[in-house]
Write a protein that binds this ligand. Sequence first.
Ligand SMILES: Cc1cc2nc3c(=O)[nH]c(=O)nc-3n(C[C@H](O)[C@H](O)[C@H](O)COP(=O)(O)O)c2cc1C
Length: 186
Amino acid sequence: MDSPRKVAVLVGSLRRASWTRKLALALCALAPAPLALAIVEIGELPLYNEDWEGEPPAPVRAFRQAIAAADAVLFVTPEYNRSVPGVLKNAIDVGSRPAGQSAWRGKAGAVISVSRGALGGFGANHHLRQSMVFLDVPMLQMPEAYIGHSPSLFDERGALANESTREFLQRFLDAFGAWIERATPR
Ligand SMILES: Cc1cc2nc3c(=O)[nH]c(=O)nc-3n(C[C@H](O)[C@H](O)[C@H](O)COP(=O)(O)O)c2cc1C
């Protein structure tokens, strides 16, 4: 059997009790055998500053290496002011430089947006897609994933407790696995 495809999971919220992180952890646990999901942390990254190039800070180097080592990237993000939270946009920018050496190059991608309300973070989902077009990361188109009413999906221990969401995420991960093989053949 082929080795599993490594998927770097980026979470767009730093909040300790983040619903988005709970969903990302559920995805890591649900991943089917052809995929190995692991969260790559973004909270320690400094704000991007082009002055570093030449001697980037250690967390920047470690982040770029972690992305470069993955086959694919899965963004799991809330929406801030109808767009991508700054902390996640910063990670995208950090990974994209220096010019011509983007860590995102050659990856397949997907995005799941999460909201407390009903809308499911549509604005964040599509603003993120816009950046990934420029970074030449082919993004899974279907199924789209807008997860609304996040607090209702988990039990008191923070485990995913909503059966239809679990089934949807399983279908999503299967489709993403097929997309990775198609967009970035071995
Ligand atoms: C600065 C800020 C802006 C927000 N803007 C939106 C928004 O545009 N759309 C939305 O659905 N929720 C918005 N929210 C609410 C977040 O969806 C909510 O705080 C959510 O729980 C954050 O995700 P988390 O639980 O993973 O931290 C915003 C929250 C903050 C702090």
